[in-house]
Design a protein around this ligand. Structure first.
Ligand code: UGA
Length: 440
């Protein structure tokens, strides 16, 4: 099968590279000529562990190529994936589908033989139907099928997720497409991963419901963490205690600074919007979105209260989570400006985000390692869970900082470990360890 993927962003590149590894012949397309030139020269536009090496290998094997010529490339494709961006609309919480619809027009204009059009982009329920209408309008005689096949890739472990999926969801009732999708995902099916065939609308909705359910769990455990702090309970014990119930499960119960990224916030808003459009209000999700926004403000206030008579705050991590350079909707984008407004001097270290972060936080001092930040700070705030932070030399930190305070929004350290050090340690949903108070 000849596969074309329109959109060489995060999802398109991971999908393309992994399908090429599964012996498919793939061309990744993008309208951004510079990006395509860079990709041809082995330069990858995003940070994703393992992706650069995989792309290089598959290009050398002649099974993966790049093109900015959409017309020519899709003309002869058997299968076309649409993996373009679907950002939030500027004027409401709905989804801007202009890129998806312009792909549909290009496809209508260019395909010649039977083609399967697979929508990987996250799109609201009913979008596949609209894509089908557009293609038919542009080219009433052409034979094609539109299929929904949402992605469930976590940034930072996207290649693993693609090759070891909890499930593959496919929305189509067309026999040809069912057989093509079984062949595209043969490697996963042979490895006993489940593929579920359903209707297009159910498939579209499964994606939003999955992300929204996960976002809901995070807000739930974060609110339980707030209660733990008030009543002297430990949120990690609660997560363990409830997670061992098989009906609940233990994943996505890490309390933290709130969810961010390009998916959860955007998808939760979009599902609420779909609920409004179809008169089926998603009230629980509205509370989740609201709770997530309030959380970032509350955590800014928590830092301000702890560091009230100090001047210098060091921030460790500004991406929305570890193993990515992505800062979209990261809690740092709300917390750091609040601290700057409050008059604190801010130093920052992040293993990957300085390229984007430098533009976002011009007023901050960017450092190249944890200890240079500590040297300049009265108080260290951990916002992301990079392994590098978890492995930091706490003894060295307590030697470098005068009366060290660590505010850890990722619960990286055990309380017993912290009790042995001369560090005032605040985390999420757990007791405060205050060495200075204990020795008084
Ligand atoms: C998420 C989903 O996990 C993927 O399945 C989905 O394909 C993807 O969105 C998407 O729609 O494209 P991702 O945004 O990469 O993936 O990140 P997650 O690992 O899910 O984390 C999302 C946010 O939740 C992060 O801010 C993270 O720090 C936070 N989180 C996660 C917690 O606060 N606690 C947890 O226990 C887990």
């Amino acid at each position: 099968m000849k596969i074309s993927i329109i959109g060489s962003g995060y999802v398109g590149l991971v999908t393309g590279a992994c399908l090429a590894r599964a012996n498919q012949n793939v061309t990744c397309i993008d309208i951004d000529k510079k990006k395509i030139e860079d990709l041809k020269n082995g330069k990858i536009p995003i940070y994703e562990p393992g992706l650069e090496e995989l792309i290089r290998e598959k290009v050398e094997n002649n099974v993966l190529s790049f093109s900015s010529n959409i017309d020519q490339t899709i003309k002869n494709a058997d299968v076309i994936f649409i993996a373009v961006g679907t950002p939030t609309n500027i004027d409401n919480d709905g989804v801007d589908l202009s890129q998806v619809f312009s792909c549909a027009e290009e496809i209508g204009k260019n395909i010649k033989n039977h083609t399967i059009v697979i929508i990987k982009s996250t799109v609201p329920v009913g979008t596949c139907d609209r894509v089908e209408e557009i293609i038919k309008l542009v080219n009433p005689t052409i034979d094609f099928d539109v299929v929904s096949n949402p992605e469930f890739l976590r940034e930072g472990s996207a290649i693993f997720d693609f090759e070891n999926p909890d499930r593959i969801i496919v929305g189509t009732k067309n026999k040809n497409s069912i057989s093509a999708l079984n062949s595209i995902y043969k490697k996963q099916i042979d490895n006993h991963f489940q593929i579920i065939f359903t209707t297009r609308r159910s498939s579209e909705l499964i994606k939003y419901a999955s992300n929204s359910m996960l976002a809901m769990r995070i807000i739930f455990i974060n609110e339980i963490a707030d209660l733990c702090e008030k009543v002297g309970a430990d949120v990690q014990d609660i997560a363990l205690g409830i997670g061992l119930d098989k009906r609940i499960g233990s994943e996505f119960l890490n309390a933290g600074p709130g969810f961010g990224g390009s998916c959860f916030p955007k998808d939760a808003r979009a599902l609420v919007e779909s609920g409004e459009n179809y008169n089926a209000p998603q009230n629980l999700l509205k509370a989740v979105i609201d709770g997530n926004e309030k959380r970032k403000k509350n955590l800014s206030q928590k830092i301000i209260t702890i560091a009230k008579d100090k001047k210098n705050i060091g921030i460790l991590g500004v991406t929305y989570k570890a193993n990515t350079d992505d800062m979209r909707e990261a809690p740092s984008l709300s917390i750091i400006p609040d601290l700057i407004d409050e008059g604190f001097n801010i130093s920052i270290y992040d293993p990957q985000a300085s390229k984007i972060g430098l533009k976002e936080f011009e007023k901050a001092n960017w450092k190249t390692d944890i200890y240079s930040v500590a040297k300049n700070s009265d108080c260290l705030v951990i916002l992301t869970e990079w392994v590098e932070f978890k492995n930091m030399d706490l003894k060295k930190i307590s030697d470098i900082m005068n009366k060290p305070i660590i505010i850890d929004f990722r619960n990286l350290f055990s309380l017993n470990e912290m009790k042995k050090l001369k560090i005032e340690y605040h985390s999420i949903g757990r007791e405060v360890v205050n060495f200075n108070k204990e020795i008084k």
